[in-house]
Write a protein that binds this ligand. Structure first.
Ligand code: SDX
Length: 431
């Protein structure tokens, strides 16, 4: 990090402290408070980290007001249009778009790692059949540290590389097997002659009893969904992975922690919650009733798939996702899908409602991804596992960036203590 060119002055009880200000390549300046506690014996207070930069990074940049998302400087709409998921994985991991040879080698390496250790099939069978696929994914990915000991030493660059490739390569197989297990169908093994998205669709939807041909429009839409979910700066699950990796935990444990965090309905679980909400609304006529509930301060109901911590403009991913939703539904001939009709009318009414306009609550990536996945035949319980599958490369890229930082320190926030001051123990007979 370059030397600070300017400083911020903070005066507390008549004492003034000079805090360095660092200037990014793009985005807001940051005030460096690392020495503040040692100098002024005060903490800063920011529970939701709304004003806190927890790290420096070169991977993804978001401008929430302008609705901009860049991966290593490339706009997400250009990547969604012109690239494909494994090329975006290479870009996120290594920082530059690959040459044709580099891309071929990378795709070959990923393809060679798509199978799971056969013993893991027994691990799946330890779950109840009605287990949520996210519970299975958290368990199986965490268990990878019990199966792939030769890629758990984070101090070895080769092992870091192998763990990265293994996770990207095996997540589609794990997600597909989690799905197959919950519907009582046999596991389908990956095929090396299929591209990444087609392989995933085939592992989810083919059965041994008949041939299965992947529809190229659906695999393109699936690949685009992966690309649009690949990384997103320091969101809750990525911050979870970074915090876990700061203790030196192995990559599989860190990614399992990220999956657990993503599961929440305020985060990656929103796509499932969004479809369940559209189902609950049921008809276009009931939309005003739910919009009124979302605006009611006394009602905890929120419009799932709307709003974002960072985007106070349209989520650039939602724009591309909306176009994909129309294409997929056009192809599948279910343009009269009741949930999509409710989704389109809900979007129109919400965007014309002053409440959502002034609070800048726009449809986010989860709003349309749920529609596409439902149209493809996935149950809502598979929406967040697919998000986790795609976000693995983002988690891994951020994890690699952090553990290769020589300045790495264990993450250990402090607190504003509001509890009791010291007091003596009282024997039970005196309470
Ligand atoms: C993802 O961080 C990332 O990058 C995440 C993600 C990624 O790629 O990793 O983009 C993926 O998680 C997208 C978000 C998916 N979540 C949802 O769709 C769930 C519904 N959205 C909300 O829960 C909410 O918008 C959040 C959690 C996404 C953002 O919450 P914030 O920024 O903390 O905003 P807030 O909760 O402080 O709300 C601000 C105001 C509040 O009203 P006031 O108290 O100011 O009067 O807006 C209201 C909220 O009540 N509000 C909503 C709303 N979201 C916020 N009101 C109705 N419906 C909503 N969806």
């Amino acid at each position: 990090m370059a030397e600070a060119s300017k400083t911020a002055s903070l005066t507390i009880d008549g004492q003034t402290y000079e805090l360095p200000i660092h200037t990014p390549t793009v985005g807001p300046d940051v005030v460096d408070i690392r020495k503040l506690y040692g100098q002024a014996n005060v903490f800063t207070y920011d529970p939701g980290f709304t004003s806190t930069a927890a790290c420096d990074s070169e991977i993804t940049y978001i401008d929430g007001d302008a609705g901009i998302l860049l991966h290593r400087g490339y706009p997400i709409d250009q990547l969604a249009e012109k690239s494909h998921f494994l090329e975006v994985c290479y870009l996120l991991l290594y920082g530059e778009l690959p040459t044709a040879d580099q891309l071929e080698d990378f795709e070959h390496r990923v393809t060679q790692h798509t199978m799971l250790h056969e013993q893991m099939a027994f691990f799946f069978r330890g779950f109840r059949r009605d287990a949520h696929p996210m519970a299975v994914m958290v368990g199986v990915v965490g268990a990878m540290s019990a199966f792939y000991h030769d890629s758990t030493d984070i101090t070895d660059p080769w092992q870091r590389e192998v763990a990265s490739i293994r996770l990207i390569a095996k997540m589609p197989t794990i997600a597909a097997w989690a799905y197959k297990y919950t519907i009582g169908q046999p596991f389908v093994y990956p095929r090396n002659d299929l591209d990444y998205a087609s392989n995933f669709l085939r592992m989810c939807f083919s059965v041994p009893a008949e041939d299965y041909q992947v529809n190229p429009i659906l695999s393109r839409a699936m690949d685009r969904i992966f690309t649009l979910h690949a990384d997103h700066e320091q969101n809750a699950s990525t911050s979870t992975v970074r915090l876990a990796s700061s203790s030196g935990a192995n990559p599989f444990a860190c990614i399992a922690a990220g999956i657990a965090c993503l599961w929440g309905p305020a985060h990656g679980g929103a796509n499932q919650a969004c479809l369940e909400m559209l189902e609950e609304i049921g008809t276009v006529e009931r939309i005003p009733e739910f919009i009124a509930r979302a605006k009611d301060k006394n009602d905890p109901f929120r419009l799932m798939g709307f709003g974002h911590r960072v985007y106070k403009n349209f989520d650039p991913r939602a724009k591309v996702m909306k176009q994909s939703a129309d294409e997929v539904l056009e192809l599948l001939g279910i343009g009269d899908n009741p949930k999509l009709q409710v989704a389109k009318e809900l979007e129109k009414q919400a965007l014309n409602d002053p409440y959502f306009a002034e609070k800048k609550l726009f449809p986010n990536v989860d709003f349309y991804s749920g529609i596409i996945l439902e149209a493809m035949g996935f149950p809502t319980s598979m929406f967040t596992p697919i998000f986790a599958l795609a976000r693995t490369v983002g988690w891994i890229s951020q994890w690699k960036e952090q553990i290769s930082d020589p300045q790495l320190k264990i993450g250990r926030p402090r607190q504003l203590y509001q509890g009791m001051t010291e007091r003596d123990y009282i024997d039970v007979e005196n309470r």
